[in-house]
Each structure stands twice: as C-alpha cells, then as structure tokens.
Design a protein around this ligand. Sequence first.
Ligand code: ADP
Ligand code: AMP
Length: 216
Amino acid sequence: MRAVLVGPPGAGKGTQAQILASELSIPKVSTGDIFRANVSGGTELGKRAKSYMDRGDLVPDEVTNEMVRARLGEPDAREGFLLDGFPRNVAQAETLDGMLKEMGTGLDAVLELKVDEDEVVKRLSGRRSCRECGRVYHLDYDPPAKEGVCDACGGELYQRDDDREDVIRHRLQVYREQTEPLVAFYEEQGVLVTIEAIGEVTEVTGRALSALGTGS
Ligand code: ADP
Ligand code: AMP
C-alpha cells in the first residue's frame, strides 16, 4: 500500500503512522523525523532546514522534495510506504504524483485525521518525544511508565522546540493556509478517506484500518 496521512500538527499522524506501518508491514516515512535527525546530526540538510523548523514554517519545497525522492527510492519503500508530514502543500503533492508516475505507480489512499484546534493545542503542549527512537508520548494522555524515559528503548524524552505555544499557533496557521487545500486536491483524485481522530489511540487505529480497507 502507498498511503499518505494528512492532518494538522498534533492530530496524531506520527502516533498512528508508527502503528499502521507496523500493522501493514510498510515503512513509515516521516519528513519531520528525517529533518530532526539531520538537525541533531549537524548535516548540511539539517543546517538548511533548522531555521524554518524553529519558526514553524515549511522547509523550501526543493529541499524537501529531493529528500523524499531519495527516501522513496530506497529498497524498503519500493513495495509501499506510509508518508507522514508529506506532502504539505499542493506543489509537493504534484511533485509526489510525478515521482510515483515515474515509478509506474500511484497513491492508494490519503487518510485525513480530523481533530479540532483546541484538542490539537492540548496534545502538542503535552507532547514528549524520544531522542533515540522518536516514539511519541503525552504527559497526560499517554505517559511513559517512568518519567522522562522511553518505554521502547530507554532513551531520554524531550519537548520539541517547535511545541511552544507561539510556534504551535503559527504552525496551525501554516496548516490552514498551505496544507488544508490538499484535502480538496485528493478528494478530487478520489483517494481521500477521512476519520475522526479523537478518542483512544487504539480506537483511532481501528477507524484508520477500516477506512484504508485493511481492518478486520
Ligand atoms: P502529529 O504527528 O500529527 O503532529 P503526534 O502523533 O505527535 O501528532 O501526536 C501529538 C500528541 O498527541 C502526542 O503527545 C501524542 O501522544 C498525543 N496523541 C496522539 N494520538 C492521541 C489520541 N488519540 N488521544 C490523545 N492524545 C493523542
Ligand atoms: P512535523 O514533525 O511533521 O510536525 O514537522 C516538523 C517541521 O518540519 C515542520 O514544522 C516543518 O518546518 C518541517 N517539515 C516537515 N515536513 C515538511 C514538508 N513536507 N515540507 C516542508 N517542511 C516540512
């Protein structure tokens, strides 16, 4: 399956992508995770992306598109993938269509996660992420067994720089202006499926699997 997750920051894309990718045996490709790994590794790509990320703006398309092209060309993504955080505007979506066409394929589904803004702000303010494996927690909704420590790998949990209230507001504005038009774009292509992303993580996963036509 070749699928994309769309939704505002904090909708639960990363949380669901991790579970769905494992359920569907396809790699999760998260552009945010790849950028953050490059920032912490001090690579050229990370240096180019950092100031945009800190402000909550989109990294320029030419940088992002090339990074995705390289990732989707890797052997593990040949048979399928789940994109999280890409595309983020119509130009990126058109580039993705072109890339997939070159590969002789296309998207099977675009899954929209719907959550209202108040909930998203609560989710992002309490989000903590593992420095080592990237697993995501929430201080109230999904706390780790031991404070500050990742259940999965024992890594240190930290708060992302862009999860500060002022940056969160800006990211939501960027979502509304640049990313939300993708919903109509993919609806027109006939690949859009939408679910309510509120409730327990496992309930949302169940809805996602049914919407993708892979649920029991
Ligand atoms: P995104 O990748 O869309 O920005 P995340 O997956 O990082 O979102 O989730 C944002 C925050 O919300 C995290 O702290 C996560 O633990 C929490 N979260 C995810 N799904 C749910 C849910 N169904 N209910 C409550 N909190 C959730
Ligand atoms: P995320 O982890 O998806 O919340 O992304 C964190 C940040 O990485 C965003 O606020 C952007 O600065 C950058 N980013 C992630 N994906 C993209 C993308 N597809 N296009 C441009 N910037 C992106």
